[in-house]
Design a protein around this ligand. Structure first.
Ligand SMILES: [Zn+2]
Length: 297
């Protein structure tokens, strides 16, 4: 067994559950003949209760924040103790790309001189954010999203409100990068309504039927990253539809709008203290100008 594993793949494929199951299995003191955790022994019981002394889970102390070096130092101290319940010690770090530079350097030392019988599992949806020095010392297991039809069928079966053949359902799956559990999270967060509203509003904006400044106010309630992601897919599908039609080819203005989306997405990811309203207004006014220029040409 390797002493460090990276589980990579987009969010919503069950990587975290897999990591925990893996840890539980390694810690189990009387595994079944197929190697899986028994669910009966003391180790399995304390693991399920969330109080296994030989298991540690590291995540950002506050949602969206980084994993700090202190947390990795704490891990190192724990790694030097002998296991008390099981013969192994396990650690799950998730999301691993949230480790800052210092935390990564500290972890690297641990990977270079691993303790006996320890398993470190790093869970990440953004493996490219992790240093190569760390990744190269781990074995990577990559999770692929299921095919679209399979995912839609599974969602229909497991989520009562899910309409397998609706356009919004397929759209949600695209936005979730094909990950079914992410779609469920979106459905439970009322994201479906947001997707429909944003689509309708944007369609009207592109047809010059709405005031961009007013629209910016309406959209303030939404998460900008997901809105931009949605609009990006919206424009790409509009362009591909146009290219497949005999009467209308994708216009330069469509690509200009895609540019606006890309620019705004870059701004969102580069600045911490941006003024959301100004950014939205700027974006929607730019799109509106592209539309007007196109119409008057
Ligand atoms: Zn067990």
């Amino acid at each position: 067994m390797p002493h460090a594993i990276v589980l990579s793949g987009v969010d919503g494929l069950g990587k975290n559950s897999f990591a925990l199951q893996m840890a539980k299995t390694v810690l189990c003191t009387s595994p079944l003949s197929d190697g899986s955790a028994c669910g009966q022994c003391h180790s399995c019981a304390v693991f399920e209760a969330g109080s296994h002394p030989d298991h540690l889970e590291i995540k950002p102390e506050e949602a969206g924040k980084q994993i700090k070096i202190e947390q990795i130092r704490n891990l190192k101290e724990k790694q030097q103790l002998t296991p008390t319940v099981s013969s192994w010690k396990t650690v799950v770090i998730s999301p691993a790309y949230k480790m800052n530079v210092n935390a990564n350097n500290s972890l690297l030392k641990l990977l270079e001189e691993p303790e006996q019988n320890t398993l470190l599992i790093l869970v990440t949806s953004k493996p490219h954010y992790m240093p190569i020095t760390v990744k190269s010392r781990c074995q990577t297991i990559h999770f692929e999203a299921p095919g679209q039809q399979q995912a839609l069928a599974w969602l229909k079966q497991s989520h009562i409100d899910f309409e397998q053949n609706s356009e919004t359902s397929q759209h949600l799956l695209t936005l979730a990068k094909g990950a079914p559990l992410k779609v469920i999270e979106m459905l439970e967060g009322g994201y479906e309504t947001q997707v429909e509203q944003v689509s309708t509003d944007f369609e009207m904006l592109v047809q010059q039927g709405v005031n961009p400044v007013q629209l910016a106010k309406d959209w303030l309630q939404y998460d900008l990253t997901t809105v931009m992601n949605q609009l990006y897919h919206f424009m790409l599908s509009r362009i591909s539809q146009a290219n497949n039609s005999l009467t209308r080819h994708a216009q330069q203005s469509d690509w200009a709008i895609v540019d606006c989306i890309i620019q705004t997405t870059k701004l969102i990811s580069s600045q911490n203290n941006l003024n959301k309203q100004l950014l939205l207004e700027g974006f929607l006014v730019d799109v509106s100008n592209v539309v007007i220029a196109n119409k008057t040409r």
